[in-house]
Design a protein around this ligand. Structure first.
Ligand SMILES: [Zn+2]
Length: 102
């Protein structure tokens, strides 16, 4: 299994989380018709072993306490693979890798 299910307080399935080896943490995709706190949502191909989400997933962590540049992770999830875009600030920028089992 490449995904972990996310439920809301009404026990409705609203999305999935997956592990990102670039960030060494989890990202989540909230699937339509639900949306995350920023109003974003994704389509999902329904395949837990070979997931595809659309559009891309962008995670940006800003540091306000110091002058460090923001951490960016920007990727596509396509057929069970993570396609990291070149604007990622971690070492996997520009690479495509298989998703890890949880
Ligand atoms: Zn990431």
């Amino acid at each position: 299994m490449k995904l972990e299910k996310i439920f809301n307080q009404k026990d409705e399935l609203i999305g999935y989380a997956f592990y990102c080896p670039g960030c060494k943490s989890y990202h989540s995709s909230i699937i339509k018709p639900f949306a995350n706190e920023k109003g974003a949502s994704w389509t999902f191909n329904g395949n837990l072993e070979s997931p595809t989400f659309h559009p891309s997933i962008l995670s940006r962590v800003a540091f306000t306490a110091n002058k460090k540049p923001p951490k960016v992770c920007h990727l596509f999830v396509v057929n069970g693979r993570l396609q990291f875009l070149s604007d990622c600030t971690h070492e996997l920028a520009g690479q495509t890798i298989d998703m890890e089992d949880l």
